[in-house]
Ligand binder design. Sequence first.
Ligand code: UDP
Length: 451
Amino acid sequence: MLNLNRQPIALISDHADPAANIGAEEAGGQNVYVRQVGEKLAALGWQVDMFTRKSNPEDADIVEHAPHCRTIRLKAGPLEFIPRDKLFDYMPEFVQSFRAWQAKQSINYPLVHTNYWLSAWIGLELRKHSQIQLVHTYHSLGAVKYRSVNDLPAIADVRLSVEKQILEQADCVVATSPQEHENMRDLVSTLGNIEVIPCGTDTSNFYLMPKSEARDRLGFDPHDKIVLYVGRFDPRKGIETAVRAFAKMQPELDAFRSEKFKLVIVGGSSHDRTDGIERARIEQIVREEGISEQVVFAGQIGHDLLPLYYSAADACVIPSHYEPFGLVAIEAMACGTPVVASNVGGLKFTVLPEETGLLVPPKDVAGFARAIQRILGDEVWARKLRRQASANVSQRFSWNGVGIQLSNLYRRMLAQSIALEPVSAKLSGLRETPVVPLKGKTVRTKLSGAV
Ligand code: UDP
């Protein structure tokens, strides 16, 4: 329900539906980010409308997540799943649907926060005809991603160009780690405003619980040694490295004899979807390595049960080739599970080597095998890592903190946009103004321009 005493803002997330099942198809960190940020901003006093492309005729057009926070699914192309590299052609229709929604609801969003480069393009289009404050979060940078890809998609040039434009033209781009900030400056542009605001995790859901309790609830053997992978089936996630490292450790791990070793792989959707191609490839590698007995494909698991998986594991492996932030790392550590991760991107920011986990060069199968073995083979050290990992995440990464930082950023931007306007515009803009929430006081803002 729209409340005009609140300042409405729009979060745009073209393909990553904040109301989707996370872990399936292309749903992952971006969906979690937009949903969590949206809910926290609503709790801080904003009216948050989150826009995404409708990809299933059976999905509701509007989902109310929490008071003053809703997902709105817009028509942009056929009502079916389309991989993100094929979505650009439908973005003009997204813009039209967004404008039609604004007109129908008589809302003008003075601030639009876009997510991923396709939404950046939408934001830049919207700004051609209305005075919006534009904030952007990349979630993935083409300039970094394409360095580890052999065949560039046909859309690569367009993506790189939009990513440069948004950095140079947005009012602010949010980097989720200092490493992402550095990548933007080194590889995208030296122009534009960047603020570093990390991602968070829900520490009321992901927290330290006894391993034995988690295993009991999941029906896992209390004596097994369990290595966990959580995430999408995407080649850039490096699941192959985890599987090959696990296989490499096998002969040495057999020396423990009394224990069994398991690699539990969480995530992925059914075989007829695009991520099924990567899943089939990984299953083939598992057979090739002769470890089918030890590998469990658990499928997509929701955030209700995921804390049990993290807590049940002895180590969580994150072998990504590239990771702008990597929510799985902080979720695992929040549950006290030491992380063995690639030393790339945001993982270098979140994982403290030798204190909360270990970092290894990406694709280094032998290095991953050695690191996992160190943790599995030293129970006393592993217990210390568990405690430190959980304490570190609670101190550094919470969605509440992220929500407050973003809310403060929005307030500053809206206040500045008013200060910069000519007096006549300010006066005319005060006719139907909603209110920007400010601690202890309110500021009126002009609604954005024509629909
Ligand atoms: N996830 C989930 N269920 C699954 C697999 C993944 O809920 O079966 C969630 C996971 O908990 C995390 C997100 O998907 O919140 C993945 O985010 P991350 O930043 O690690 O990777 P991305 O998907 O953005 O590449």
